[in-house]
Design a protein around this ligand. Structure first.
Ligand code: ATP
Ligand code: MG
Length: 285
């Protein structure tokens, strides 16, 4: 199975979608790693930021959950036959595929069938575990929704690790503590879900005293998980996304482009080789 990483923070607008799109691009286009990004947020923004017309897509991440529901107890499942092909699309970036979402994903709780024996939080994990196509990938990156609920639980149970973007605001720190409690509860209920936090990524850094204090709190709380790279605030991100592109394509020399690539490489290193010393180079964007 590929490394499967949940990009998660219950705080809205923390940089989840931006990180999934940019790390997906970096892995595929610049590191030659086969990567599948899966949008599990009904807002459907991951596809849009990568230039996909999500409304024209005939299949979406909802189908992952529905396929899993429908195959439970079916003859195919009993024979251990693989399910249908994944509802993925190729992006314009070689090596980067996507499973898009749209508003219909918000109806998932209503769709999940009436079998009381079915645990709806394990559907995505079950569906991906029965998909031989997944073996072709080095990475699966999940873009999680901001609000906690069945979709987030599905993402976590299908993931092998977690990346937490934290915008440098006071309320986000609070949200981060809440998220750690959620992870603890999930690990207790589902011991097979180890869910190590691979990386905590500070985002939206601005040169203020408050931002520095929050960064220091994060350093104390996550001494080994905190990224050595801090994503600064730049309008270039919004500009790129409004054109369905990444900052790597529209402003490759921008400091934020270098930082996002460095975060991708940090994540690669944390999967195997020991950590090299990297300076917190973008802390003054
Ligand atoms: N480093 C940055 N500097 C400035 N703007 C940014 C940066 N990163 C992301 N943005 C912008 O901030 C907004 C929120 O980012 P993003 O969509 O990645 O967050 P999110 O956590 O996925 O949000 P949601 O919880 O709603 O899904 C977007 O409009 C994005 O273009
Ligand atoms: Mg998002």
């Amino acid at each position: 199975m590929p490394r499967r990483i949940a990009f998660i923070n219950e705080k809205g607008g923390s940089g989840k979608t931006t990180l999934v799109a940019h790390l997906g691009y970096h892995f595929a286009a610049e590191r030659g790693l086969r990567t599948l990004v899966i949008d599990m947020d009904p807002q459907g923004q991951l596809g849009k930021t990568l230039g996909i017309d999500v409304h024209a897509a005939t299949r979406s991440s909802l189908d992952l959950l529905l396929d899993a529901t429908l195959s439970q107890g079916s003859a195919a499942a009993a024979l251990d036959e693989p399910c249908d092909r994944l509802p993925r699309l190729a992006t314009r970036i070689p090596g980067l595929d996507i499973i898009v979402s749209n508003k219909s994903l918000a109806l998932f709780p209503a769709w999940r069938g009436s079998d009381p024996e079915t645990d709806p939080s394990g559907l995505l994990a079950a569906r991906l575990a029965s998909a031989p196509e997944l073996e072709a990938y080095d990475f699966v990156l999940f873009d999680a929704p901001p609000s906690f609920g069945p979709l987030t639980l599905n993402v976590l149970r299908a993931s092998s690790e977690v990346l937490v973007p934290v915008p440098l605001t006071y309320l986000a720190l609070d949200g981060c503590a809440e998220l750690m409690r959620t992870l603890d509860t999930l690990r207790r209920r589902h011991p097979e879900a180890r869910l190590p936090v691979s990386l905590v990524v500070p985002t939206f850094y601005r040169r203020t005293r408050m931002a520095r204090e929050i960064l220091e709190s994060l350093e104390r709380r996550f001494p080994s998980e905190l990224s050595k790279n801090v994503v600064g605030f730049t309008v270039k991100i919004d500009e790129a996304q409004s054109r369905g592109l990444t900052i790597f394509e529209t402003a490759p020399r921008n400091k934020c482009a270098h930082t996002l690539a460095a975060i991708g490489d940090e994540l690669l290193q944390r999967g195997g080789a020991p950590q090299p010393e990297v300076n917190r180079s973008d802390a003054t964007p």
